[in-house]
Design a protein around this ligand. Structure first.
Ligand code: ADP
Ligand code: ZN
Length: 734
């Protein structure tokens, strides 16, 4: 007798979070319900891995795998699945950036703890009515007194509160005075859209209404919220967040420097009565898992995060705010090279959400989109307080140079002294960490370079070390020249913030000074603490790198001095160098005089006649934008043309060069696409790898990805220690 015909087992395509652009079919065991977006455990080679069930096969499937050889899903994980929008978004990002889909998905899974079984955390609590322990020591008494409130605490927390050892707590458990209990999982509080109300100015009200309508429409839209620092942009987009909450949808606020934004969190709490969920690199592993899951279940209503927050598995994202949308920090430069601002527009389009791009100095890209009507342009004129923007004075270093070995022009020093006398604050800005960017031997002229990079080592005097800012190499400051051996011959050339700090301490010994540089501040808490002290007027002079330029509001700050206004303009190959300098100078000088009264900005420069400097000084933003748009248009630079970089790197100089040349030779002919290079990269060696670059330039309407895909298909396999990086819409040209 023949048995019943074999029924093919159902199969589903599964994507693995590895550098592959394809799904593999797996059989679904009987009784298991599997849906697209589910996370599953599957056998993969000799191991098992987490995979993501896709809704259609991806990539070259070849011949279908024979039924008998088909491996089966081991189990479905107890994790919320990804919504269909996340799958479409991943595909979109992969196609656009040319990153393998598996790598994009891996980025979406970047919260390991979310995929591990939740470990119930145990804490201790007082046993009500328990008798005193047989032996009562002072430490035991302290612990019991604290636990008398009946709250559940982690063992370690109770021990530290009672200043005793964990052993004391264990003893109390043994004696039956304390009991171990599961700490209930913390829930994300719900922000209340009606918690506080704001009375808006007419211009603000108009913007508020437009954004409210955009959110309530439940469709895709992009609005550029354009207004000087202090014009109320945050206040206005908070209303858009409130309307999103009213709609029952989630909101994401992306910030470029999430680690520094305690002020922002406080403001959010004041407006909504509860803090938002935070997502950034300083979160602990378990906390990441918690936020990831809460984004997926919808428990987290508002998430404030860095660019990677865009890839969380939102249940229903209705609004994305990109604050400081012009900030280059939204561009990710490794693994999946994406521009968070641009991808937020894509994400919103897929999910019928509204986007608000907010900035006092919008990117040229966004200005052009606003002009062509692709984005709504909402303008908030002037500061809410009515205080004018600071008056900017260029200090011509040719006619008013600092004394030899000093970095502050007498003009700036005098302004600082006056500010001190008025008991107001000064901010000095220099976008360079460390003490000096170059260490030179007076005797033989040797310049100390990184052994692994073509870059000078930067002296960090507080730590007494020379550091490489490209690879992290570090060595103690030598006492003699490593080349000629001459003792005491090394001299520091040029200033970094630590050197400015030294000069300020000499000139103003009575001043209370805060030096803010990312390498000097050990933790987020410490940073937030310093910021609080600045806000509270406990600091007279703030010296900082670009971490001071962003997002802070210092009510007593009356003058800002820029030590080297020309610093950003020298970046030859970078088409955004002028724009970025303008934004940074505008932003940092804009910190002056927010609450108090009109402030003043001073910019030390060797070229006050430079158009960027001229526009800053005259406060003529429109003139700068006009000029910059025209320049980009003529040169077919973004957003009028598209760029893509190819970077070839290898341990051997010859390999890098010959492979780069070979790749260039294989470029398909296309009349409207220019392939520039290959050329040695400006930083030709990083971490011992030789780097060569190619730059593609194409008209905007051309499908540069299709061209690149065809090209890359012609390239022999990249193997061994060779590496080829593709960067669409590059922001770095080094
Ligand atoms: P921006 O985001 O444009 O820099 P903010 O939203 O931070 O501006 O506003 C600057 C300051 O003015 C903040 O302290 C804010 O609370 C206050 N502010 C702005 N608009 C209003 C308003 N309509 N009512 C009360 N305070 C406001
Ligand atoms: Zn290095």
């Amino acid at each position: 007798m023949l048995g019943p015909p074999a029924v093919a087992r159902p199969r589903v395509p599964v994507l693995l979070p590895v550098a592959l652009d394809q799904t593999y079919d797996y059989a679904v065991p009987a009784g298991l319900e599997i849906e697209p977006g589910d996370f599953v455990i599957v056998p993969f080679g000799p191991q098992t891995r987490i995979g993501l069930v896709w809704d259609q096969p991806v990539g070259d499937q070849g011949k279908p795998v024979d039924e008998k050889k088909l491996k089966a899903i081991i189990e479905r994980m107890d994790v919320p699945g990804l919504p269909a929008i996340s799958l479409r978004f991943a595909e979109w990002v992969g196609r656009y950036t040319l990153a393998p889909l598996g790598m994009v998905v891996r980025m979406m899974m970047s919260a390991q703890a979310a995929f591990e079984p939740a470990k119930p955390r145990l804490g201790v609590a007082r046993v009500e009515g328990a008798a005193e322990p047989p032996r009562m020591t002072p430490a035991r008494k302290r612990a019991l007194d604290i636990a008398a409130d009946g709250l559940i605490r982690a063992k370690s927390a109770l021990a530290s509160e009672a200043a005793c050892s964990a052993g004391v707590i264990d003893g109390l458990i043994e004696a039956g005075c304390l009991v171990e209990v599961v700490i209930p999982e913390r829930r994300f509080p719900r922000p209340d859209p009606a918690h506080a109300t704001v009375t808006f100015t007419d211009a603000q009200q108009e913007a508020v209404e437009t954004l409210a309508a955009a959110v309530e429409a439940g469709t895709f839209s992009v609005s550029l919220l354009d207004g000087v620092t202090g014009s109320g942009k945050t206040e206005v987009y908070f209303e858009a967040v409130a309307r999103t909450l009213d709609q029952g949808r989630q909101a994401l606020i992306m910030l470029p420097e999430i680690a520094l934004t305690s002020q922002f969190m406080d403001r959010f709490k004041a407006r909504f009565g509860a803090p938002p969920a935070e997502w950034h690199s300083a979160l602990s592993g378990p906390e990441r898992g918690r936020v990831w899951r809460a984004a997926a279940t919808g428990e987290a209503r508002v998430i404030v995060g860095a660019r990677s927050a865009l890839f969380l598995p939102y249940a229903d994202l209705g609004l994305i705010v990109v604050d400081e949308e012009h900030d280059p920090g939204f561009k990710q430069e490794d693994r999946v090279h994406y521009q968070g601002r641009d991808m937020s527009v894509v994400r919103a389009h897929l999910g019928r959400a509204a986007v608000v791009l907010a900035s006092a100095t919008p990117s040229i890209e966004s200005h052009v989109n606003a002009r062509t009507g692709r984005y709504r342009h909402l303008i908030l004129p002037g500061r809410y307080t009515g205080v004018d923007l600071p008056e900017i004075t260029p200090i011509d270093l040719r006619s008013a140079p600092p004394e030899k070995g000093r970095w502050l022009s007498p003009v700036l020093v005098e302004a600082m002294a006056e500010t001190m006398a008025k008991r107001q604050q000064t901010l000095l800005f220099l976008n360079r960490r460390g003490y000096a960017p170059l260490t030179l031997c007076r005797s033989c002229g040797h310049r100390i370079e990184c052994p692994q990079c073509t870059a000078w080592l930067v002296e960090h005097r507080f730590r007494n070390r020379l550091n490489c800012h490209h690879c992290g190499f570090s060595m103690p400051l030598p006492s003699k020249c490593p080349k000629c051996g001459e003792a005491d011959s090394l001299v520091a050339c040029g200033p970094g913030v630590e050197r400015i700090d030294e000069e300020v301490r000499e000139r103003f010994p009575e001043a209370r000074i805060a030096l803010l540089s990312s390498d000097l501040i050990p933790s987020l808490t410490e940073m937030r603490d310093i910021i609080k002290r600045i806000e509270g007027g406990e600091i007279d002079i703030i010296i900082g790198t670009q971490i001071v330029a962003k997002g802070h509001h210092f009510p007593d700050l009356s003058i800002v001095g820029v030590i080297d206004g020309d610093l950003g303009l020298a970046q030859g190959a970078d088409p955004r160098a002028a724009e970025r300098t303008f934004q940074l100078l505008h932003q940092v000088t804009g910190r002056a005089g927010r609450a108090l009264a009109k402030g003043a900005g001073y910019i030390q420069t060797h070229m006050p006649e430079h158009p960027v400097m001229d526009a800053i000084v005259r406060g003529d933003r429109e003139a700068f934008i006009e000029r910059e748009i025209r320049t980009r248009q003529l040169a077919m630079l973004p957003p009028f043309g598209r760029l893509a970089s190819l970077i070839v790197s290898a341990r051997h100089k010859e390999t890098a060069e010959s492979v780069a040349r070979d790749i260039a030779r294989r470029a398909p002919a296309a009349p409207r696409i220019e392939v520039l290079g290959p050329a040695e990269a400006p930083i030709s060696v990083i971490r011992g790898r030789y780097r060569w670059r190619l730059l593609l330039k194409a008209p905007r309407e051309l499908d540069i990805q299709a061209y690149l895909r065809a090209w890359l298909a012609e390239i022999p396999e990249i193997k061994g220690d060779l590496r080829l990086t593709v960067d669409i819409d590059p922001y770095s040209f080094l």
